[in-house]
Design a protein around this ligand. Sequence first.
Ligand code: SF4
Length: 77
Amino acid sequence: MADKENRNETNMPGRYYVDDSCIDCDMCRESASDFFRRDDDIGYSIVYRQPETADELLMAEAALEGCPTQSIGNDGA
Ligand code: SF4
């Protein structure tokens, strides 16, 4: 489970974030590229835009559930 204490500060403020356990596998960036991108300075994914609509929330939640290391968190859950 993602730990908000280890949330990188380059994540966009809001409910979704990636913590420092990300292994840079690319899955979230492939499946939900509107919200996740690679931060090349730290070498793993961050949330660069928070989902807003119901469809966007579903996409972000699917990425959270698919993350192999449970590195994506949802503070609003
Ligand atoms: S799916 Fe998880 S481990 Fe893979 S890049 Fe995204 S946050 Fe990192």
